[in-house]
Write a protein that binds this ligand. Sequence first.
Ligand code: C6P
Length: 406
Amino acid sequence: MSKLDINKIRSDFPIFADKSLVYLDSAATTQKPKQVIDAVSDFYSNYYANVHRGIYDLSIKATEAYHSARKKVANFINASDWRSIVFTSGTTESINLVAYSWARKNLHKGDEILITEMEHHSNIVPWQLVAEETGVTLKYIPINTDGTLDLSNIGELITNKTKLVSVIHQSNVFGTINPIKEIIVKAKSVNALTFIDAAQSIPHSPINVQDWDCDFLAFSGHKMLGPTGIGVLYGKTELLDSMTPFMGGGDMINSVTMAKSTWNDIPYKFEAGTPKIAQAIGLGAAIDYINEIGLANIHEYGKHLLIIALEKLRTVDGLTIYGHKVGESCSVISFNLEGVHPHDLAQFLDQDGIAVRAGHHCAQPIMDKLGVSSTIRASFYLYNTEKEINKLRDSLKKTVSFFSKL
Ligand code: C6P
């Protein structure tokens, strides 16, 4: 049985005052509890000021809250040093930062970057741009149509030429949880660096960067109950230290003369301009909220919901579910209904108050592999209930019945 008090949790989210809303799009972005909204509002209402600049009380208070948020992030992923935590605008910026500040500076023609066919576009396009500019070869670990990685040829794909392996932890299309540790060990055997895209897994699974020993890891605040506009790049301090800045401006400098500038220490070296203060404070509150409930409990509940949802959706005639046949997966189900375009289906569901995503989910190589242009995706989080899954199943059955009469 669930260790979560779902009624209490739902009452924390102002948006669920609308009892007709069935929100099944948390893989795109999660709803926000009042604890996060209040933390942001409290900052703007009661101690708003810029950080790292003012020698006055408000600015000191704001700076302390901002710094405390960074420490909460470090603890959340078990980073040994808060200087490993760079605040970015989201996963996409975190990946681009490493593509610009590390890959473009350190990789050359003949080197290889290895990613997978399961990646979100944000973990494909930055490396394609690097490949175009540097002559580096971009290689892909293939996927199976059951939604898992095909690691059978990993020994041939990871070679002495491989300089970076960048892999999605949990698929935003299938929900598959990839064997990250195994991949990291393989990458290390050829001294390649490792980058983990944890955008989807971070709200669901405890992550321990010291245990994985990954070099970089990225995630977004808005997918873990936090505000939009804030994300995290974790990087090993010696790597971040060795990298050049991504953007120039305020906060990232040590000194500026007409002739030359020198850089601030990490992580500030990568945080040009006025920082994302309110967003970081909101992210810190989101982490407090998740910690209070317990990530292990959230993970268990997510698995419980997934099992129920798979069981119920499998009773709908003409429904094809992608993935979930073997291996570990979490919180996300992609599917199509025979004879109904996913965008039309999403509109039918919307009429019953059910919010799902329809499209390619920014993962077109997966769609190519599945031989479809798009799917419907239902995704769950700690505030969803079995009753909502029943509503999804019933609405799908209603649509099947409607089309069968045409
Ligand atoms: N996926 C989805 O509906 P940003 O947009 O920077 O916060 O996150 C990008 C990103 C990177 N990696 C993975 C695995 C992701 O799922 C996402 C965002 C959303 O699936 C929006 S496309």
